[in-house]
Design a protein around this ligand. Structure first.
Ligand SMILES: NC(=O)c1ccc[n+]([C@@H]2O[C@H](COP(=O)([O-])OP(=O)(O)OC[C@H]3O[C@@H](n4cnc5c(N)ncnc54)[C@H](OP(=O)(O)O)[C@@H]3O)[C@@H](O)[C@H]2O)c1
Length: 280
């Protein structure tokens, strides 16, 4: 699998793992089978994946705690990317709170839960329209200057918001919703590519919909002896060298299936054809 260097010094394999699904229904509470979740996390590492995406709000706290329980002490080269700036009040409830003081609290709590002295990649989960974006990312800059964060990322931003954030602090990654069916962040992806920032597409499988057989990916999947999920992920990897997909799953079997997408080489014609389904 090829690699991408985040922030000039963190080289990772381009296909990562999204750790939001190792929680309960509505991304609330513990997973149904915590031992299976720990097995899955260990398998992620064994298979050489070195980018794990999480957030304090997944569970809340559950995903970060499981990562620490399963994987600490961490091997060299593992990048755990976490996020702060949301508040949870129940299953499926995601309120924004990106006040500087709150972000600092979130970061300190993530450091403790993840048992880290410094978080390699800390992402603002979402701009909060009650707080000037400059103040939210300003807090992350302070955390970076204090050595608590190595690099700053942002999530759920427009090109204009990305530029405002970059005027305050160096931003090394953007995490936005992006998949074959939803390409509304195409302009943000282009901006990342132009500036050498990583682009982390969330919902890379459209929450599993792109993994279902019977859709437009079937024929190309058959030709590669692959599954639709693998083709959807291979297309993302082919779409841009700065693309860092983080498919989420609670299952070792799906994880292995998704990882094998990195071995699929789509021809330029196939990439164009798959891209045209999305636009059409
Ligand atoms: N920044 C943000 O605001 C934001 C928002 C959402 C997510 N994220 C991040 O992005 C990551 C990915 O997003 P996501 O997990 O919501 O969506 P996703 O990766 O598009 O899809 C995950 C869903 O697809 C299923 N799935 C995965 N692989 C499959 C396969 N090979 N075959 C069939 N079904 C499969 C999973 O179920 P099983 O568990 O049964 O495999 C799960 O329900 C998250 O884990 C999280 O780290 C970030």
């Amino acid at each position: 699998m090829d690699t991408f260097t985040i922030g000039g010094d963190l080289e990772v394999h381009r296909l990562g793992f999204g750790a939001m699904r190792i929680t309960g229904d509505g991304i609330w509470g513990p997973p149904e089978d915590p031992e299976e979740a720990e097995r899955l996390l260990r398998r992620v590492l064994e298979r050489g994946v070195d980018l794990i995406d999480t957030a304090d709000s997944y569970g809340p706290e559950v995903s970060e705690k499981l990562i620490a329980e399963a994987l600490h002490p961490y091997p060299d080269g593992l990048l755990i990317a976490t996020k702060g700036g949301l508040r949870r009040s129940g299953p499926g409830q995601w309120a924004r709170d990106a006040r500087p003081e709150r972000l600092k609290e979130c970061c300190e709590a993530s450091l403790r839960r993840l048992k880290l002295d410094r978080i390699d990649l800390y992402q603002l989960h979402s701009p909060d329209n009650r707080v000037p974006l400059e103040e939210s990312v300003g807090a992350l800059k302070e955390l970076r200057d204090e050595g608590k964060i190595r690099h700053v990322g942002v999530s759920n931003v427009s090109v204009e918001e990305l530029e405002r954030a970059r005027a305050v602090v160096e931003v090394v990654t953007v995490q936005n919703r992006y998949n074959l069916e939803d390409r509304s962040s195409e302009d943000v992806l282009d901006a990342c590519e132009a500036e050498g920032m990583g682009f982390i597409p969330w919902w890379p499988l459209a929450v599993g919909r792109l993994a279902e057989p019977g859709g437009s990916l079937d024929r190309i999947a058959r030709e590669h002896d692959a599954t639709p999920a693998q083709i959807a992920l291979a297309w993302l990897l082919a779409r841009s060298p700065v693309m860092l997909p983080i498919p989420g799953t609670s299952s070792v079997e799906h994880f292995e299936e998704n990882l094998a997408a990195a071995d699929i080489e789509l021809s330029p014609d196939e990439v164009a054809e798959i891209g045209s389904y999305a636009r059409g």
